[in-house]
Design a protein around this ligand. Structure first.
Ligand code: MRU
Length: 353
């Protein structure tokens, strides 16, 4: 795929994204300038996927900070925090959003003795670093993930944890892309991922355009492909991993994980450390985003397919119990149960580098 999911246009003071709500039919690149435009783009899933949301928010708050017209630190700081909190309210589940925005706020605080112009330069450096790290992190997840599979394997994935959800490689797709470069020739099954079809519209699109052997299946077909023996591993992304290894990801992931357990297929959660939230002890503490009923009652192309007024339950994510997870693939290696210990060890490893 030859398009940037998110990039900074510093000259025109804008965050530039590929509008994912138009894919795969139309490649539309849009520029976001205002706080409202950035908030809407995240909420409406024009840019989506935990790491990509973090990068977009980091560039977003930089772009907004750049436009703050004051030399007074206290005024600048107050306005920065106000805008940061506004962007942070766009989606609740992916911890990368607040992780990236908090990182940007710490830069402002660490440079409090400097001029506002110098603080803006430091914010620029930090936002670029967040995106560059994302590329390295995804590549490392790919390297570690690749050790868990062998050439010719069947891999099932749910939602889109691909390049469109990150700056490059994706998380769940990173082992697939690296494997493709090295001649592994995986057979990938992409769940369509109701209600918003990220698997059908995005994963199938980006894997197919990269020459990966991908087969699209409906969400209720994962048991069939596993029973047929076509799936050797499940790789999925996640939006937040709790300290005990419970992992929130796109709604339906826990169904796939339960089915995989039954058929003896290992489930690997691909998670940058920016997605691991050791302050949340278990999955029960993760806020699950609830989205509009119309996402369920209308098809993507806005044709009604359910009775008017029907009650709808539409959580955007679910939590996969850590007991269903064979490993959590991070940029520093694969964490295994007990996760309360192995995830702490992963962060200790990160500290050392
Ligand atoms: O609602 P979305 O499309 O933002 O959900 C995305 C997912 O669930 C991804 O799997 C997750 O954010 C990881 S992206 C590397």
């Amino acid at each position: 795929m030859d398009y940037d999911t998110v990039r900074l246009d510093d000259e025109n003071n804008a965050v530039v994204i590929i509008d994912q709500t138009k894919l795969p039919g139309k490649i539309e690149i849009i520029s976001l300038h205002t706080a409202q435009e950035i908030w809407n783009a995240i909420y409406l899933l024009q840019v989506r996927g935990a790491p990509a949301i973090g990068v977009a928010a980091a560039y977003g708050i930089y772009v907004l900070a750049k436009r703050m017209d004051t030399e007074d630190y206290d005024i600048f700081y107050r306005e920065f925090v106000r805008q940061k909190e506004y962007l942070d309210s766009s989606r609740p589940t992916a911890v990368n959003l607040s992780w990236a925005l908090n990182r940007m706020q710490r830069v402002v605080e660490a440079h409090s003795g400097e001029t506002v112009a110098q603080i803006k330069e430091a914010l620029h450096r930090e936002s670029v670093a967040i995106q560059e790290e994302d590329i390295w992190v995804c590549r490392m997840i790919g390297e570690h993930g690749l050790t868990l599979v062998k050439p010719g394997d069947g891999i099932l994935t749910h939602c889109n944890a691909g390049q469109l959800a990150t700056s490059k490689y994706g998380t769940a797709t990173a082992p697939i892309y690296l494997g493709e470069e090295r001649g592994y020739h995986f057979h990938v099954f992409a769940d369509e991922t109701r209600p918003l079809l990220q698997g059908a519209r995005l994963t199938a699109f980006e894997l197919q355009s990269s020459g990966v052997d991908v087969t699209l299946i409906c969400d209720n077909m994962s048991a069939t492909v596993m029973k047929n023996g076509w799936v050797n591993a499940v790789f999925v992304g996640c939006d937040r991993v709790a300290a005990n290894g419970d992992a929130a990801n796109k709604i339906g992931t826990s169904v796939v994980a339960a089915v995989a357990k039954y058929y003896g297929v290992p489930v690997y959660i691909c998670a940058p450390t920016s997605t691991i939230d050791l302050n949340t002890p278990t999955g029960a503490g993760i806020t699950i985003e609830q989205r509009p009923a119309e996402e369920v009652t209308e098809m993507w192309y806005k044709e009604r397919m359910a009775p008017e007024g029907v009650k709808v339950f539409n959580p955007a994510f679910d939590v996969t119990d850590h007991e269903l997870i064979a490993g959590i693939v991070t940029e520093y290696g694969v964490a295994r149960a007990p996760y309360t210990e192995s995830l702490v060890a992963i962060f200790a490893e990160k500290e050392k580098r």
